[in-house]
Design a protein around this ligand. Sequence first.
Ligand code: NAG
Ligand code: NAG
Ligand code: NAG
Ligand code: NAG
Length: 330
Amino acid sequence: MKTLELLMILVHVFLNVSPNRLQFFIRESLSLICVENGRLVEGWTVMKHGGGHNLCRPGLRDFGTMNGSSVFLSDLGDKDTSFYWCEDKDGQMSEYTTIRIEDHAILDIPALPVLTGSDLTLRCKMRNGSTIPAFFYINGSLSAAEPKEEFKISNVQKSDEGAYSCTLVTYGRSPMSFLRVRDPPSAAPPPPPPPLQLQVSLNVTPNLQQFFGRGPAVSVSCLKDGKTVEGWTVKRTIENKTLACGAYCSMSERFIGSACVLNTYMIFTGVYWCESRTGLKSDQATITITGGDLILEIPALPVLTGSDVTLRCRNRNGETVSAYFFKNNL
Ligand SMILES: *[C@@H]1O[C@H](CO)[C@@H](O)[C@H](O)[C@H]1NC(C)=O
Ligand SMILES: *[C@@H]1O[C@H](CO)[C@@H](O)[C@H](O)[C@H]1NC(C)=O
Ligand SMILES: *[C@@H]1O[C@H](CO)[C@@H](O)[C@H](O)[C@H]1NC(C)=O
Ligand SMILES: *[C@@H]1O[C@H](CO)[C@@H](O)[C@H](O)[C@H]1NC(C)=O
Protein backbone atom coordinates (compact mmCIF):
# COMPACT_ATOMS: atom_id res chain seq x y z
CA MET A 1 0.00 0.00 0.00
CA LYS A 2 2.84 2.32 0.98
CA THR A 3 4.57 2.00 -2.40
CA LEU A 4 1.32 2.60 -4.25
CA GLU A 5 0.78 5.85 -2.34
CA LEU A 6 4.31 6.85 -3.20
CA LEU A 7 3.63 6.19 -6.87
CA MET A 8 0.45 8.27 -6.83
CA ILE A 9 2.24 11.24 -5.28
CA LEU A 10 5.05 11.02 -7.79
CA VAL A 11 2.60 11.00 -10.65
CA HIS A 12 0.37 13.79 -9.42
CA VAL A 13 2.54 16.58 -8.07
CA PHE A 14 3.57 19.06 -10.75
CA LEU A 15 5.43 22.31 -10.87
CA ASN A 16 2.91 24.92 -11.93
CA VAL A 17 4.38 27.76 -13.97
CA SER A 18 2.31 30.91 -14.22
CA PRO A 19 1.79 32.02 -16.95
CA ASN A 20 1.61 28.41 -18.13
CA ARG A 21 4.48 28.25 -20.60
CA LEU A 22 8.02 26.94 -20.87
CA GLN A 23 9.54 29.87 -22.77
CA PHE A 24 9.81 33.49 -21.67
CA PHE A 25 11.37 36.65 -22.98
CA ILE A 26 14.19 38.38 -21.17
CA ARG A 27 12.83 40.73 -18.48
CA GLU A 28 9.44 39.01 -18.22
CA SER A 29 8.37 37.49 -14.88
CA LEU A 30 6.77 34.26 -13.78
CA SER A 31 5.78 32.43 -10.63
CA LEU A 32 6.26 28.81 -9.61
CA ILE A 33 4.22 26.71 -7.21
CA CYS A 34 3.81 22.98 -6.46
CA VAL A 35 0.34 21.65 -7.27
CA GLU A 36 -1.56 18.42 -7.05
CA ASN A 37 -4.73 18.18 -9.14
CA GLY A 38 -4.49 21.90 -9.79
CA ARG A 39 -4.30 22.85 -6.09
CA LEU A 40 -1.40 24.00 -3.94
CA VAL A 41 0.20 21.00 -2.21
CA GLU A 42 1.63 21.50 1.29
CA GLY A 43 5.10 20.31 2.28
CA TRP A 44 6.64 20.49 -1.19
CA THR A 45 9.33 22.99 -2.11
CA VAL A 46 10.20 24.44 -5.51
CA MET A 47 13.76 23.50 -6.44
CA LYS A 48 16.10 24.78 -9.13
CA HIS A 49 19.23 23.37 -10.65
CA GLY A 50 21.77 26.12 -11.16
CA GLY A 51 25.53 26.41 -11.51
CA GLY A 52 26.01 22.71 -10.83
CA HIS A 53 24.02 22.84 -7.60
CA ASN A 54 20.52 22.07 -6.50
CA LEU A 55 19.18 25.34 -5.13
CA CYS A 56 16.61 24.63 -2.48
CA ARG A 57 16.04 27.98 -0.89
CA PRO A 58 13.91 30.21 -3.07
CA GLY A 59 14.69 33.80 -2.21
CA LEU A 60 18.45 33.23 -2.08
CA ARG A 61 21.07 33.70 -4.77
CA ASP A 62 19.62 33.57 -8.30
CA PHE A 63 16.41 32.01 -7.16
CA GLY A 64 13.71 34.69 -7.05
CA THR A 65 11.65 35.85 -4.11
CA MET A 66 8.98 34.08 -2.10
CA ASN A 67 5.39 35.26 -2.31
CA GLY A 68 3.39 33.07 0.07
CA SER A 69 4.01 29.52 -1.18
CA SER A 70 5.02 30.58 -4.65
CA VAL A 71 8.40 31.59 -5.98
CA PHE A 72 8.37 34.77 -7.99
CA LEU A 73 11.06 35.25 -10.64
CA SER A 74 11.18 38.75 -12.09
CA ASP A 75 13.44 40.44 -14.62
CA LEU A 76 14.13 37.07 -16.24
CA GLY A 77 17.53 36.54 -17.82
CA ASP A 78 19.95 33.82 -18.86
CA LYS A 79 20.52 32.84 -15.21
CA ASP A 80 16.91 31.65 -15.04
CA THR A 81 17.19 29.19 -17.94
CA SER A 82 17.34 25.98 -15.93
CA PHE A 83 15.34 23.03 -14.79
CA TYR A 84 12.97 23.30 -11.87
CA TRP A 85 10.99 20.74 -9.90
CA CYS A 86 9.06 20.12 -6.68
CA GLU A 87 10.40 18.04 -3.84
CA ASP A 88 9.16 17.02 -0.42
CA LYS A 89 11.15 16.41 2.76
CA ASP A 90 11.47 12.66 2.04
CA GLY A 91 13.16 13.42 -1.26
CA GLN A 92 10.20 12.56 -3.49
CA MET A 93 10.42 14.58 -6.66
CA SER A 94 8.07 15.74 -9.39
CA GLU A 95 9.19 15.63 -13.01
CA TYR A 96 11.65 18.29 -14.11
CA THR A 97 10.33 21.37 -15.93
CA THR A 98 12.85 23.14 -18.14
CA ILE A 99 12.23 26.87 -18.47
CA ARG A 100 14.05 28.78 -21.18
CA ILE A 101 14.60 32.52 -21.44
CA GLU A 102 15.07 33.96 -24.92
CA ASP A 103 15.53 37.32 -26.58
CA HIS A 104 13.97 37.15 -30.06
CA ALA A 105 11.24 34.56 -30.52
CA ILE A 106 9.47 32.18 -28.17
CA LEU A 107 7.20 29.23 -28.68
CA ASP A 108 4.11 29.53 -26.48
CA ILE A 109 4.06 25.93 -25.24
CA PRO A 110 2.40 24.88 -21.97
CA ALA A 111 4.54 24.03 -18.94
CA LEU A 112 2.00 21.66 -17.40
CA PRO A 113 1.38 18.35 -19.16
CA VAL A 114 -1.48 18.55 -21.65
CA LEU A 115 -4.35 16.13 -21.05
CA THR A 116 -4.92 13.43 -23.67
CA GLY A 117 -7.94 14.19 -25.81
CA SER A 118 -7.68 17.96 -25.43
CA ASP A 119 -6.90 20.43 -28.21
CA LEU A 120 -3.75 22.49 -28.23
CA THR A 121 -2.65 25.53 -30.22
CA LEU A 122 0.99 26.53 -30.32
CA ARG A 123 2.00 30.03 -31.39
CA CYS A 124 5.32 31.62 -32.12
CA LYS A 125 5.63 35.03 -30.49
CA MET A 126 7.74 38.11 -31.02
CA ARG A 127 8.94 40.26 -28.18
CA ASN A 128 6.07 42.75 -28.60
CA GLY A 129 3.56 39.91 -28.19
CA SER A 130 2.60 39.75 -31.87
CA THR A 131 2.17 36.46 -33.64
CA ILE A 132 3.24 36.31 -37.24
CA PRO A 133 3.42 33.26 -39.55
CA ALA A 134 6.17 30.91 -38.44
CA PHE A 135 7.71 27.56 -39.22
CA PHE A 136 7.07 24.94 -36.56
CA TYR A 137 9.46 22.07 -35.92
CA ILE A 138 8.70 18.76 -34.22
CA ASN A 139 11.56 16.57 -33.11
CA GLY A 140 13.82 18.67 -35.32
CA SER A 141 11.75 18.27 -38.51
CA LEU A 142 9.80 21.02 -40.23
CA SER A 143 6.06 20.35 -39.77
CA ALA A 144 4.85 22.11 -42.94
CA ALA A 145 6.44 23.71 -45.98
CA GLU A 146 4.55 27.00 -45.53
CA PRO A 147 4.74 29.25 -42.47
CA LYS A 148 1.56 29.30 -40.33
CA GLU A 149 0.03 31.71 -37.79
CA GLU A 150 -0.46 28.84 -35.37
CA PHE A 151 0.09 25.13 -35.05
CA LYS A 152 -2.97 23.17 -33.97
CA ILE A 153 -3.02 19.69 -32.49
CA SER A 154 -6.53 18.38 -31.92
CA ASN A 155 -7.25 15.35 -29.76
CA VAL A 156 -3.75 15.32 -28.25
CA GLN A 157 -2.27 11.86 -27.72
CA LYS A 158 0.81 10.53 -25.96
CA SER A 159 2.46 10.21 -29.40
CA ASP A 160 2.35 14.02 -29.74
CA GLU A 161 4.97 14.32 -27.02
CA GLY A 162 8.23 15.57 -28.43
CA ALA A 163 10.57 18.51 -28.88
CA TYR A 164 8.90 21.57 -30.40
CA SER A 165 10.35 24.85 -31.63
CA CYS A 166 9.50 27.57 -34.15
CA THR A 167 11.22 30.05 -36.42
CA LEU A 168 9.99 33.54 -37.22
CA VAL A 169 11.54 34.40 -40.54
CA THR A 170 14.00 37.32 -39.99
CA TYR A 171 13.29 37.46 -36.20
CA GLY A 172 15.01 34.26 -35.19
CA ARG A 173 14.34 30.84 -33.82
CA SER A 174 12.75 29.96 -30.49
CA PRO A 175 14.40 27.52 -28.08
CA MET A 176 13.25 23.91 -28.20
CA SER A 177 10.87 22.69 -25.50
CA PHE A 178 9.36 19.35 -24.69
CA LEU A 179 5.59 18.87 -24.85
CA ARG A 180 4.33 16.51 -22.17
CA VAL A 181 1.01 14.66 -22.33
CA ARG A 182 -0.76 12.78 -19.57
CA ASP A 183 -4.08 11.08 -19.01
CA PRO A 184 -6.74 12.96 -17.04
CA PRO A 185 -6.42 11.91 -13.36
CA SER A 186 -9.64 9.88 -13.01
CA ALA A 187 -10.13 8.62 -16.57
CA ALA A 188 -7.20 6.22 -16.49
CA PRO A 189 -7.16 3.06 -14.39
CA PRO A 190 -4.14 2.82 -12.09
CA PRO A 191 -1.15 1.60 -14.07
CA PRO A 192 -0.44 -2.12 -13.76
CA PRO A 193 2.55 -2.95 -11.57
CA PRO A 194 5.64 -2.90 -13.77
CA PRO A 195 7.29 -6.24 -14.48
CA LEU A 196 10.17 -7.15 -12.21
CA GLN A 197 13.17 -5.20 -13.42
CA LEU A 198 15.80 -6.76 -11.25
CA GLN A 199 18.39 -6.61 -14.02
CA VAL A 200 18.86 -2.99 -12.93
CA SER A 201 22.16 -2.78 -11.16
CA LEU A 202 24.04 -0.28 -9.13
CA ASN A 203 27.14 1.14 -10.80
CA VAL A 204 29.94 2.72 -8.78
CA THR A 205 32.74 4.58 -10.62
CA PRO A 206 35.50 3.92 -9.70
CA ASN A 207 34.36 0.56 -8.38
CA LEU A 208 35.77 0.96 -4.86
CA GLN A 209 34.42 1.28 -1.35
CA GLN A 210 36.96 3.63 0.17
CA PHE A 211 38.17 7.03 -1.01
CA PHE A 212 40.29 9.82 0.39
CA GLY A 213 38.60 13.15 1.02
CA ARG A 214 39.33 15.77 -1.70
CA GLY A 215 40.08 12.98 -4.13
CA PRO A 216 38.72 12.58 -7.66
CA ALA A 217 35.00 12.33 -8.34
CA VAL A 218 33.03 9.28 -7.27
CA SER A 219 29.71 8.62 -8.95
CA VAL A 220 26.89 6.19 -8.42
CA SER A 221 24.21 5.40 -11.00
CA CYS A 222 21.56 2.84 -11.88
CA LEU A 223 22.18 0.92 -15.08
CA LYS A 224 20.42 -1.71 -17.12
CA ASP A 225 22.34 -3.12 -20.07
CA GLY A 226 24.83 -0.28 -19.63
CA LYS A 227 22.18 2.46 -19.90
CA THR A 228 20.41 4.54 -17.27
CA VAL A 229 16.85 3.50 -16.55
CA GLU A 230 13.86 5.71 -16.08
CA GLY A 231 11.93 5.28 -12.86
CA TRP A 232 14.91 4.09 -10.84
CA THR A 233 16.59 6.39 -8.34
CA VAL A 234 19.84 6.18 -6.46
CA LYS A 235 18.99 6.15 -2.75
CA ARG A 236 21.36 6.37 0.16
CA THR A 237 21.46 6.11 3.90
CA ILE A 238 23.89 8.35 5.76
CA GLU A 239 23.74 8.60 9.56
CA ASN A 240 20.42 6.75 9.61
CA LYS A 241 18.88 9.17 7.14
CA THR A 242 17.57 7.70 3.88
CA LEU A 243 17.05 10.06 0.96
CA ALA A 244 17.02 10.02 -2.81
CA CYS A 245 20.42 11.13 -4.09
CA GLY A 246 20.79 14.89 -4.08
CA ALA A 247 17.39 15.34 -2.47
CA TYR A 248 16.55 18.39 -0.50
CA CYS A 249 19.94 20.01 -0.85
CA SER A 250 21.85 17.15 0.64
CA MET A 251 25.44 18.26 1.18
CA SER A 252 26.97 14.83 0.74
CA GLU A 253 26.11 14.40 -2.93
CA ARG A 254 24.34 15.93 -5.87
CA PHE A 255 22.54 14.59 -8.86
CA ILE A 256 24.24 15.49 -12.15
CA GLY A 257 22.81 14.23 -15.40
CA SER A 258 21.80 10.72 -14.45
CA ALA A 259 24.48 10.03 -11.87
CA CYS A 260 24.75 10.71 -8.17
CA VAL A 261 28.10 12.45 -7.66
CA LEU A 262 29.50 12.22 -4.14
CA ASN A 263 30.90 15.28 -2.44
CA THR A 264 34.44 14.13 -1.70
CA TYR A 265 35.02 17.32 0.29
CA MET A 266 33.02 15.77 3.10
CA ILE A 267 33.94 12.82 5.30
CA PHE A 268 31.14 10.27 5.60
CA THR A 269 30.03 6.69 5.07
CA GLY A 270 26.92 6.00 3.05
CA VAL A 271 25.05 2.94 1.87
CA TYR A 272 23.86 3.30 -1.74
CA TRP A 273 21.38 1.34 -3.82
CA CYS A 274 18.95 1.72 -6.71
CA GLU A 275 15.25 1.73 -6.04
CA SER A 276 12.28 1.68 -8.39
CA ARG A 277 9.11 3.70 -7.85
CA THR A 278 7.43 0.52 -6.71
CA GLY A 279 10.08 -0.21 -4.09
CA LEU A 280 12.23 -2.81 -5.87
CA LYS A 281 15.85 -2.61 -4.77
CA SER A 282 19.21 -3.45 -6.32
CA ASP A 283 22.33 -4.68 -4.54
CA GLN A 284 23.76 -2.06 -2.24
CA ALA A 285 27.25 -0.69 -1.78
CA THR A 286 28.89 0.95 1.21
CA ILE A 287 31.10 3.88 0.33
CA THR A 288 33.36 5.72 2.74
CA ILE A 289 35.09 9.03 2.17
CA THR A 290 37.85 9.03 4.74
CA GLY A 291 40.01 11.66 6.36
CA GLY A 292 42.50 8.95 7.38
CA ASP A 293 45.89 8.06 5.90
CA LEU A 294 45.19 4.66 4.31
CA ILE A 295 42.48 3.10 2.24
CA LEU A 296 41.80 -0.50 1.46
CA GLU A 297 41.18 -0.95 -2.24
CA ILE A 298 38.21 -3.27 -2.34
CA PRO A 299 35.45 -3.37 -4.97
CA ALA A 300 32.15 -1.68 -4.12
CA LEU A 301 30.10 -4.03 -6.26
CA PRO A 302 29.74 -7.78 -5.72
CA VAL A 303 32.58 -9.77 -7.28
CA LEU A 304 31.56 -12.64 -9.58
CA THR A 305 32.18 -16.13 -8.27
CA GLY A 306 35.16 -17.67 -10.01
CA SER A 307 36.92 -14.38 -10.72
CA ASP A 308 40.19 -13.18 -9.16
CA VAL A 309 40.34 -10.14 -6.93
CA THR A 310 43.34 -8.30 -5.50
CA LEU A 311 43.05 -6.08 -2.46
CA ARG A 312 45.61 -3.35 -1.88
CA CYS A 313 46.39 -0.87 0.81
CA ARG A 314 47.07 2.61 -0.56
CA ASN A 315 48.27 5.88 0.99
CA ARG A 316 47.38 9.47 0.17
CA ASN A 317 50.20 9.72 -2.37
CA GLY A 318 48.55 6.93 -4.32
CA GLU A 319 51.30 4.45 -3.46
CA THR A 320 50.48 0.90 -2.48
CA VAL A 321 52.03 0.13 0.88
CA SER A 322 52.96 -3.13 2.57
CA ALA A 323 50.37 -3.85 5.18
CA TYR A 324 48.72 -6.46 7.30
CA PHE A 325 45.38 -7.50 5.86
CA PHE A 326 42.56 -8.49 8.19
CA LYS A 327 39.68 -10.78 7.37
CA ASN A 328 36.85 -10.91 9.89
CA ASN A 329 39.22 -9.19 12.34
CA LEU A 330 41.93 -11.86 12.05
C1 NAG B 1 1.75 37.57 -4.62
O1 NAG B 1 0.62 36.70 -4.55
C2 NAG B 1 -0.63 37.37 -4.55
C3 NAG B 1 -1.75 36.36 -4.40
O2 NAG B 1 -1.28 35.05 -4.36
C4 NAG B 1 -0.79 38.16 -5.84
O3 NAG B 1 -2.01 38.86 -5.83
C5 NAG B 1 0.36 39.13 -5.98
O4 NAG B 1 0.29 39.78 -7.23
C6 NAG B 1 1.67 38.38 -5.90
N1 NAG B 1 2.79 39.33 -5.96
C7 NAG B 1 3.73 39.23 -6.85
C8 NAG B 1 4.84 40.23 -6.76
O5 NAG B 1 3.72 38.35 -7.71
C1 NAG C 1 5.34 43.90 -33.38
O1 NAG C 1 6.43 44.09 -34.26
C2 NAG C 1 6.16 43.71 -35.61
C3 NAG C 1 7.42 43.88 -36.41
O2 NAG C 1 8.16 45.00 -36.03
C4 NAG C 1 5.01 44.58 -36.16
O3 NAG C 1 4.71 44.16 -37.48
C5 NAG C 1 3.80 44.40 -35.26
O4 NAG C 1 2.74 45.27 -35.69
C6 NAG C 1 4.15 44.72 -33.83
N1 NAG C 1 3.00 44.44 -32.98
C7 NAG C 1 2.60 45.26 -32.03
C8 NAG C 1 1.40 44.81 -31.23
O5 NAG C 1 3.16 46.34 -31.81
C1 NAG D 1 9.16 12.70 -31.10
O1 NAG D 1 10.13 11.72 -30.79
C2 NAG D 1 9.77 10.89 -29.68
C3 NAG D 1 10.95 10.02 -29.33
O2 NAG D 1 11.49 9.42 -30.46
C4 NAG D 1 8.53 10.09 -30.03
O3 NAG D 1 8.14 9.27 -28.96
C5 NAG D 1 7.40 11.06 -30.35
O4 NAG D 1 6.23 10.37 -30.72
C6 NAG D 1 7.83 12.03 -31.42
N1 NAG D 1 6.79 13.03 -31.53
C7 NAG D 1 6.16 13.31 -32.65
C8 NAG D 1 5.08 14.32 -32.56
O5 NAG D 1 6.47 12.79 -33.73
C1 NAG E 1 21.49 5.05 14.02
O1 NAG E 1 20.53 4.19 14.61
C2 NAG E 1 21.07 3.26 15.54
C3 NAG E 1 19.98 2.31 15.97
O2 NAG E 1 18.75 2.94 16.06
C4 NAG E 1 21.69 4.05 16.71
O3 NAG E 1 22.25 3.15 17.64
C5 NAG E 1 22.76 4.98 16.17
O4 NAG E 1 23.28 5.78 17.22
C6 NAG E 1 22.20 5.88 15.08
N1 NAG E 1 23.31 6.62 14.47
C7 NAG E 1 23.25 7.92 14.24
C8 NAG E 1 24.49 8.54 13.63
O5 NAG E 1 22.27 8.60 14.46
